[in-house]
Design a protein around this ligand. Structure first.
Ligand SMILES: Cc1cc2nc3c(=O)[nH]c(=O)nc-3n(C[C@H](O)[C@H](O)[C@H](O)COP(=O)(O)OP(=O)(O)OC[C@H]3O[C@@H](n4cnc5c(N)ncnc54)[C@H](O)[C@@H]3O)c2cc1C
Length: 491
């Protein structure tokens, strides 16, 4: 075990109670931790480069503040954290963006990245994964053995971080959400005890892990279903850029392809409204991405319609599943995997595009990003994943509450000057209002992994009263002191 410290230089030192704790923790660490933690574990304090690496985040806005990062190497190491009577938070990919993380003050980060083993079962039907793995690590390791499962789109996102809220990914049309593939989770509960959550063991906790899992435990390892890569494994990906006058035709075309909201398994689409002044200096443009599982000839059923709308540009590629993030701009090298943004997202799940409402939303986004240049890096995300595999799982069998949300919509308001936060918030709320007015339900359904602030617990965990009642009962049972209260808390 390694202990590094430059605590006295830390800006945290001005916080007297924290300072006292820091000294105590450091002394404690130096004197005792080496007897408690495993040889490969390490403790880092503010001022060291590794502490900075461990605590650096995608989202700067409302980010948690840490006194120390404990790099755990075994399940037993995780159990150390609850002994210090300080808040603790598991971190894997560091992409958590919800505003409630800002309530985490001067606690301990359980840096879980070293829990990164991958063992494929002999029957090839499941794999046991470490709780700290990232999406790409899982995709690549399985692919090397001719296997795959649903993983997140961005290479750098934590597999477990995504799973705990459901976990959307390209393969969900066939296999369901990442969470739908969870077989069992090995967890450390708030009191430091270990247990397993599965159909056979603590089935109620197992249910909660799949959609509301951030509220209950640290997951040290888990077993997930995996599948053989099919013989024909190529994906066609086409990217188009359209000027804003094509918005209505584009959304109508997408609606036509999605059979009353039921999107085919092989067809996925994303529309991003972004600022691209070289193409249109006055309005956001529409960057539309189409993904089709199959050959170029088969994809032409879809691509011909989009090509006929005369985009400003077209790029086309055929790749296999692990290469999709590279072509799609979601790889470790791309902007989505860089750190240090201040971001407010306003997610809303919709059944289909209401073209009139979407035009209003587009115009609000265009207006705010034009009026406030500090919001210029913002983009408006419309994700169309197939839900076929998701709906194959009984809705009541997981805590993921929204099997009808075919489209994951979210203006992603990015700013660098805190003075822009209010403008970002105004824009996001105005967009919510028009999209909700145009939706087929009066309720806001917001994907927990995309929320920032402003959603109610019902918006996040479901409007059916039994869902929240069940979750709250489980909180009383598994986490009565509400230790896990920093990521979209249920209470
Ligand atoms: C660029 C980008 C791309 C994204 N792409 C996708 C996508 O394709 N699909 C999708 O569904 N979502 C996606 N998301 C949303 C993503 O699921 C959430 O941001 C998620 O919280 C990120 O998890 P993380 O491990 O990267 O972040 P972290 O900040 O490390 O974790 C987030 C929270 O998860 C909990 N947590 C993480 N690991 C553990 C563990 N082992 N045990 C217990 N709790 C744990 C903690 O509460 C932590 O605060 C994306 C987000 C971003 C910023």
């Amino acid at each position: 075990m390694k202990i590094t410290s430059a605590a006295l230089l830390s800006p945290l030192a001005c916080v007297s109670t924290s300072f006292a704790f820091l000294n105590a923790l450091e002394a404690d660490a130096a004197a005792r931790l080496k007897n408690i933690l495993s040889p490969d574990a390490a403790v880092y304090f503010p001022g060291s480069d590794t502490f900075d690496d461990a605590t650096e985040r995608w989202q700067n806005w409302a980010s948690p503040r840490f006194l120390a990062a404990v790099e755990v190497a075994t399940e037993k190491d995780v159990r150390f954290a609850n002994k210090h009577h300080r808040p603790f938070l598991a971190v894997s990919g560091g992409h958590g963006m919800v505003g409630s993380l800002g309530n985490f003050n001067y606690g301990i980060e359980i840096w879980i990245r070293k829990l990164n083993t991958i063992n494929i079962a002999e029957d090839g039907k499941s794999a046991r994964l470490g709780g700290g793995l990232l999406s790409k690590e899982v995709t690549d390791a399985l692919w090397a053995k001719g296997m795959q499962t649903t993983t997140g789109l961005c290479e750098c996102v934590g597999m477990m971080g995504a799973l705990l809220g459901g976990g959307h990914g390209i393969l969900q049309g066939g296999y369901g959400l990442i969470a739908d593939n969870l077989v069992e989770a090995h967890v450390v509960l708030p009191d430091g005890s270990r247990t397993t959550a599965s159909v056979a063991s603590n089935p109620d906790l197992y249910w909660a892990m799949k959609g509301a899992g951030h509220n209950f435990a640290v997951i040290t390892s888990y077993t997930i279903k995996i599948y053989n890569v099919p013989a024909n494994n190529s994906w066609v990906i086409e990217s188009y850029i359209y000027t804003e006058d094509k918005l209505e035709e584009l959304l109508e075309l997408t609606n036509a392809f999605t059979e009353e909201g039921e999107q085919p398994v092989k067809f996925l689409n994303w529309a991003y409204y972004v600022s691209l002044p070289d193409v249109d200096p006055d309005h956001p443009v529409i960057q539309y991405k189409l993904l089709y599982k199959g050959s170029t000839a088969q994809a032409s059923h879809y691509t011909s319609g989009y090509r006929a709308l005369s985009p400003v540009s077209i790029t086309s590629d055929t790749v296999s599943y692990p290469d999709l993030p590279v072509i799609n701009g979601n790889s470790n090298a791309d902007i989505g995997c860089q750190h240090g943004y201040s971001v407010l997202q306003y997610p809303i799940s919709l059944h289909q595009y209401n073209v009139t409402a979407h035009r209003k939303a587009f115009d609000i986004f265009a207006d705010y990003t034009r009026r406030y240049p500090g919001l210029n890096a913002s983009f408006f995300m419309n994700e169309g994943y197939s839900l076929k595999g998701v709906k194959g799982v009984p809705a009541e069998s997981t805590a993921y509450p929204d099997q009808d949300g075919n489209l994951l919509i979210a203006p992603v308001m990015i700013f660098f000057d805190p003075a822009e936060e209010d403008h970002a918030d105004e824009a996001g709320k105005a967009i919510w209002e028009v999209l909700l007015e145009g939706s087929r339900t009066p309720n806001l359904d917001a994907y927990v992994n995309y929320v920032s602030k402003g959603e109610s617990v019902q918006d996040i965990y479901g409007h059916e009263p039994w869902r929240l009642e069940k979750l709250r009962g489980l909180k009383r049972k598994y986490d009565p002191a509400n230790t896990f209260r920093y990521f979209a808390p249920i209470w």
